[in-house]
Design a protein around this ligand. Sequence first.
Ligand SMILES: Cc1ncc(COP(=O)(O)O)c(C=O)c1O
Length: 354
Amino acid sequence: MELTIQKTSNPKPKPDQTKLGFGTHFTDYMLNMDYTQDLGWHNTRIEPYAPFALNPATMVLHYGQGIFEGMKAYRRGDGNVQLFRPRDNFNRLNYSARKLCMPKVDVDHVMQALKQLLQVEKEWVPGVAGTSLYIRPTMIATDPFLGVRASFTYRFFIILSPVGAYYAEGFNPIKIMVTREHVRAVRGGVGDTKTMGNYAASLLAGQKAHDAGYTQVLWLDGVEQKYVEEVGSMNIFFVINNELITPSLSGSILPGITRDSVLKLARQWDMPAVERKIAIDEVIAAQKEGTLTEIFGSGTAAVISPVGQLRYEDQVVTIGQGEVGPIAQRLYDAITDIQYSRSDDPMGWIEPVA
Ligand SMILES: Cc1ncc(COP(=O)(O)O)c(C=O)c1O
């Protein structure tokens, strides 16, 4: 593989691993790669992390033709570094690319390039319990042009950010608010991709939920505003009558890799797990009948995020006395044990780096 590495003369001091937070520290290097119609993807290079200059007419800045991914590198107890299902992230990037009229990347090529970047940046992978190195592959449309069409040129880059333990003080069930005023995604739209505009579109509802004292928004479908879709930027699970239920992938839901891992583990454990439409009314009714025992979100950032309280219009319902449920806990432990190699990896989800 052709890949050039330009060394930095200015390595940064590493931040305190006990105060990392999320997304504020960036490592010394980044990966860049360019696309033109003539050359395809070319000039894959590892360079010092630095701002890049963009023509003010650059298309991504105007029409949002941009996509990204989010995954992590984990430091194991023996010091080695590894990834969790990274090919699934690049395959999802390619799915997003197709829907946004952007060029696909070669998964083997970007995997190798990412591994080399991580080799160079190995020292940046934190080792304190629960920390990791967040990986943000991004693709943007770079033609300097103000007409609305797909760009002819693109930049792909990967930046890395050491991030703190999500649950520094243990699991804290979150409070979520159902919105009927806003929708995250529509039928036939791009809700099943990681495109930038989806996140911009979610901000106002998120702000309103926050102002009302809730951590996240629970999104309903964009057509009838009846069926549950996602929670904040996580997929959602319910435990009703001891059955694990998650909304089926309708085209407007992001197919989360953690969601898929939860379903695969549950099936391996012979736990009943179904993907189907689930109406918010069914959730409220199950809570009233006492059959709803757990709700939790799933995603790369928190892995599993238990929900303790849910507000829908004038009703506020508490789930499982506001404590972490046994299924959420078991899934969290099982997934994080695989990610840090504290347990075996029977599904083959781990990809070693260095
Ligand atoms: C909108 C949305 N839904 C769900 C997820 C969870 O996906 P994953 O488990 O792949 O992180 C994410 C995070 O990537 C997201 O942004």
